[in-house]
Design a protein around this ligand. Structure first.
Ligand SMILES: Nc1nc2c(ncn2[C@@H]2O[C@H](COP(=O)(O)OP(=O)(O)OP(=O)(O)O)[C@@H](O)[C@H]2O)c(=O)[nH]1
Ligand SMILES: [Zn+2]
Length: 400
């Protein structure tokens, strides 16, 4: 399977403005802000997506969790989300079969957990599973080694049908310490592969994105596993490389996927409903350009007035939906995988923004406490995000 997915393969349900189209006098479509979900009600079941390259230790992690004391009834789903084309097929199948679908087979496990091993059923399986809710209060979804979390996450984050019963808690990516550098370099310097992609009509620039990049750039927690197979020196190299790609994720090293604690590392991450000061502080500690393909960049600026909020929103829509900069500012191509922002407002409130690929969600929260940074921060993960033009264009848009 070709794991290097491009934008035109993003399933239509996550396209911006797909639900609501507003047209102005000139007949131009005015993009609508993705409206934020209300605070997650208690009845919603959290889902953690466990991803990672082939053999990285995903199943080992799930088995470890199921034998640990965590006081939760966890449903484990082994799934094979392929690329977006498969997801669309799965959605169609789920519609056609929803009345006749047989109940998902459950296998009882230790600790009151249940396992439901479904392959190639995708969203339909989870919907069926939800009909049995009450049986469990947490879902762990193991995706295949080739899945792109950037395609999977939005289905659980914003899709209304599913969003009503479950919510995306976070994405945990397992990394094989022994093999990850090789996987990340796979697309680099491979002229033949790049030529083939160009001929297929992909707009490539620079080294190819590998599946390993996609899984690291979308992660909220990264577990660098199999530490027993590498030297301390090699491990340091892996940590630096992973950090240079994704400066937002929490990074932990593990052997046999044995995480030091479950809470906050695998369960209850709240990665999509909170944007903490600490998250962003970590990202802005500075980064090296160890990976030529994907990096994290942090743009800081001062608090915004109400009228600047609209300008900020215009900037976001332009970079996320048009993959360009406002006012035709010249720039090299860029592609944003993940975004978080925490923006103090001059009226004392705080704007919290989350994004995955081209969808984003804005929430307003109470004023920051004295201990928290009063500086506005926008963190971007993706390719080409650290070019000066992005920062300059944001500042110019805010001042316009
Ligand atoms: N040496 C070593 N082996 C490990 C470690 N963690 C897992 N393994 C082994 O690596 C192999 C793959 O682990 P899995 O947990 O099945 O990996 P996975 O990510 O689920 O693999 P796929 O589902 O095939 O993508 C198994 O034989 C594990 O026992 C570790 O920390 N060190
Ligand atoms: Zn597995």
């Amino acid at each position: 399977m070709d794991a290097n997915l491009s934008d035109d393969e993003v399933p239509s349900l996550v396209q911006p403005g797909a639900n609501a189209k507003v047209v102005n006098d000139q007949g131009e479509e005015i993009p609508e802000l993705v409206t934020s979900a209300d605070d997650t009600p208690q009845s919603k079941v959290p889902i953690t997506i466990v991803t990672g390259y082939l053999g990285a230790g995903k199943t080992t992690l799930l088995n470890y969790i199921l034998t640990e004391q965590h006081g939760k009834k966890i449903a484990v789903i082994l799934n094979e989300f392929g690329d977006s084309i498969d997801i669309e097929k799965q959605l169609t199948v789920s519609d056609a079969d929803s009345t006749s679908a047989s109940p998902v087979p459950f296998v009882p496990l230790a600790n009151g957990c249940i396992c439901c091993s479904v392959k190639d059923v995708g969203v339909a399986a989870i919907e069926n599973l939800m009909e049995q809710s009450g049986l469990f209060d947490y879902i762990l979804l193991e995706t295949t080694g080739l899945a792109d979390p950037g395609n999977i996450a939005p289905m659980f984050w914003l899709d209304d049908g599913l969003g009503s019963s479950i919510f995306l808690d976070g994405i945990v990516t397992l990394v094989d310490a022994k093999n990850v550098l090789k996987s990340l370099d796979e697309g680099y310097g491979d002229e033949e592969k790049m030529e083939k992609r160009k001929n297929e009509g992909h707009d490539e620039h620079g080294p190819l994105l590998t599946t390993a990049h996609l899984q690291i750039s979308h992660a909220d927690v990264i577990l660098i596993n199999k530490t027993d197979l590498v030297s301390d020196e090699e491990l340091e190299k892996v940590i630096s490389r992973v950090q240079s790609i994704n400066g937002l994720a929490k990074i932990k090293t593990t052997t046999k996927s044995q995480v030091p604690q479950l809470e906050g590392l695998v369960l209850d991450l709240h990665a999509y409903d909170e944007v903490t000061d600490a998250d962003l502080q970590f990202a802005s500690k500075g980064h090296s350009h160890l990976d030529p393909t994907i990096t994290t960049t942090t743009i800081t600026f001062s608090s915004l007035s109400r009228s600047q909020v609209d300008k900020f929103d215009l900037f976001l829509r332009t970079i996320l939906w048009e993959e360009t900069l406002p006012n035709n500012t010249p720039h090299s191509p860029f592609e944003i995988h993940r975004l978080k922002a925490r923006i103090p407002l001059q009226d004392g409130k705080m704007l919290l923004i989350q994004g995955v690929r081209n969808i984003y969600d804005t929430n307003e929260s109470k004023a920051p406490t004295d201990a928290e940074s009063q500086e506005a921060k926008l963190v971007l993960i993706g390719r080409g995000v650290d070019q000066p033009a992005v920062r300059e264009s944001l500042l110019a848009t805010l001042e316009s």
